[in-house]
Design a protein around this ligand. Structure first.
Ligand SMILES: O=C(O)CCC(=O)C(=O)O
Ligand SMILES: [Fe+2]
Length: 225
């Protein structure tokens, strides 16, 4: 059995400079609260949708965004590939949470260029995956903060040059934090497998939810003005 399919050895790990895995960062209450909010955010308007790629494909994870709406491969103000409604606002507490996550990963002296202002939230069923890609639509280069809820997955974290080897496979479980910034900010990464049925019973979730928090570097805007 590949090592990432086993759940022991759950130590904090810096895979390479700037890429830090912190197991069990969110406790059960924090996971429940965040999941309850994800369920609200998933509702219309500008709720959960399927994402079509320019090549005519469809991402197997469904997605909802906050702050800025992501479509392959840019940010927009409205859910232009969904119901067209303005994207939901990015709540201030997610900026606080993301900053705590970065301090946890790097120490409190890490400087950010601005506030966290985008959440990309992906819902994976047991057969969903995400291909190797870079998070590169942000103009800022602050660390991406990734939180896992529900089923565990095999997260593939690669190199800055290509989608292929070398890469590390990490098992992300419910409550885990993964931060990638600094030299690892533009690394290719993806989800190669969801371990269906591994979600902790206290969450009442079938599948996996991943919340990524990002600094867009784009000008702030409001739906009203
Ligand atoms: O689901 C994950 O762990 C990764 C998600 C991701 O890479 C993204 O949303 O860009
Ligand atoms: Fe990504």
């Amino acid at each position: 059995m590949p090592q990432d399919e086993l759940s022991f050895d759950r130590e904090r790990a810096e895979l390479r400079p700037g890429a830090v895995h912190v197991p069990d960062w969110l406790d059960a209450d924090a996971q429940r609260d965040l999941l309850a909010m994800c369920r609200e955010w998933a509702r219309p308007p500008a709720g959960l949708r399927e994402v079509r790629t320019p090549g005519g494909g469809k991402m197997s994870a469904r997605q909802v965004c906050l702050g800025w709406h992501w479509v392959p491969y840019r940010y927009t103000k409205n859910a232009i590939d969904g119901d067209g409604a303005p994207v939901k606002p990015f709540p201030v507490f997610l900026n606080v949470l993301a900053r705590r996550a970065v301090a946890e990963a790097y120490g409190s002296d890490h400087e950010l260029s601005g506030d966290y202002d985008v959440a990309v939230i992906n819902f994976y069923d047991g057969s969903a995956q995400m291909g190797m890609h870079r998070d590169q639509e942000e103009t800022a280069r602050d660390p991406v903060v990734s939180l896992t809820l529900g089923d565990a997955c095999r997260f593939r974290f690669g190199n800055n040059e290509s989608r292929t080897k070398p890469y590390d496979d990490v098992r992300l479980e419910s409550g885990d934090l993964f931060v990638f910034g600094r030299e690892a900010r533009m690394a290719y990464h993806g989800v190669t497998k969801v371990f269906a049925g591994t979600s902790p019973a206290f969450l009442g979730l079938t599948g996996r939810v991943n919340v990524t928090l990002r600094v867009s570097g784009l000008q702030p805007w409001t739906a009203e003005g």
